[in-house]
Design a protein around this ligand. Structure first.
Ligand SMILES: Nc1ncnc2c1ncn2[C@@H]1O[C@H](COP(=O)(O)OP(=O)(O)OP(=O)(O)O)[C@@H](O)[C@H]1O
Ligand SMILES: [Mg+2]
Length: 285
């Protein structure tokens, strides 16, 4: 069951929920859905990786299930876990029941705690599974993901194999803090999200920051472009462009002059050395 009928329709549907795509994004999302493959989205911070998954969910009325990755994430947090406390209580209440009977009693559905991966696989309704910041998890988690994402099934020794009734639309994001394994990449479609073109960034600001003047937006996006061209530690992201637009609006400013840029640079550049460089190179001093 496909969510989208063409790349054009992806673009339209996502724009409807406030996410502006370009050709590459719309086409890759369409293909991931059509081929039933997970979509791996890589790119710098704040370019809309996580937001893409949220937008797909919103645009298709699907439920978003999120697995946030971090160091130390394990199977019990990602897949499923037995509810030990409840099992213990059940054992205590078992009286003179035989162990075999008790064993069967405590390893069933009632004592299972499902975590995001299992939850996403077992749903009947449209689901977007967001595996966020995959590169932050330990390598072992990739093994687990491989298993789940190749066959869309999970084996629980006590219960047997649970196969997906309906494949979720899977989005994995990564900042490329470390390389993901080739085996995992092979199972995914790959999308590299970079900073947007000035045109798309302008449209994003106009749609996300209602009330902002078109001329100011042009100025803002051009300045952001200039900042990104500098050799700095951290280039401003789309999220920061939007913050900057909101800042100017809150200050009631309708033009971005040197004074304003200097006074509000902290919204977009968060390293003192980057700010100093910007002041020098953009001749704001
Ligand atoms: N294409 C877009 N259309 C509209 N808004 C966008 C778009 N891309 C990014 N944004 C805005 O930028 C913000 C930041 O995006 P998001 O949180 O998805 O970044 P990210 O790539 O996941 O960053 P990180 O790597 O830090 O998690 C979003 O909340 C959204 O407001
Ligand atoms: Mg993110």
């Amino acid at each position: 069951m496909s969510l989208f009928s063409s790349p054009g329709q992806v673009a339209e549907a996502l724009a409807g929920s406030g996410y502006l795509t370009d050709q590459a994004i719309a086409t890759t999302v369409f293909l991931a859905d059509a081929l039933g493959k997970p979509l791996l989205v890589e790119g710098p911070a704040g370019v809309g990786k996580t937001e893409l998954a949220k937008a797909v969910a919103a645009a298709t009325d699907a439920e978003l299930i999120r697995l946030q990755c971090y160091e130390g994430l394990d199977e019990a947090r990602a897949l499923y876990e037995w509810n030990y406390k409840k099992q213990l209580l059940r054992i205590q209440a078992a009286g003179d029941q035989s162990w075999d009977e008790t064993h069967d009693d405590i390893f069933n559905e009632d004592f299972l705690l499902e975590r995001p991966l299992l939850a996403a696989i077992r749903r009947d309704d449209p689901t977007v599974l967001l595996i966020d910041e995959t590169d932050k998890a330990d390598v072992e988690v990739e093994g687990l993901l491989l298993e789940v994402l190749s066959d869309f099934q999970v084996t629980i020794p006590e219960l047997g194999t649970i196969a997906a009734r309906r494949r979720p639309f899977v989005v994995l994001t990564s900042n490329a803090a470390r390389e993901l394994s080739e085996a995992l990449k092979r199972r995914c479609l790959y999308l590299y999200l970079d900073y947007p073109s000035a045109e798309r960034e302008r449209d994003i600001v106009l749609s996300r920051v209602p009330g902002i003047e078109a001329a100011l937006t042009e100025q803002l996006v051009a300045t952001i472009g200039a900042l990104r061209g500098l050799e700095i530690k951290k280039q401003p992201s789309i999220a920061e462009t939007i913050d900057w637009a909101r800042t100017l609006l809150a200050l009631g400013l309708d033009t971005l002059d040197e004074e304003t840029v200097k006074a509000t640079l902290g919204v977009v550049l968060k390293h003192v050395s980057d700010q100093q460089r910007a002041v020098k190179e953009l001749k704001l001093g």
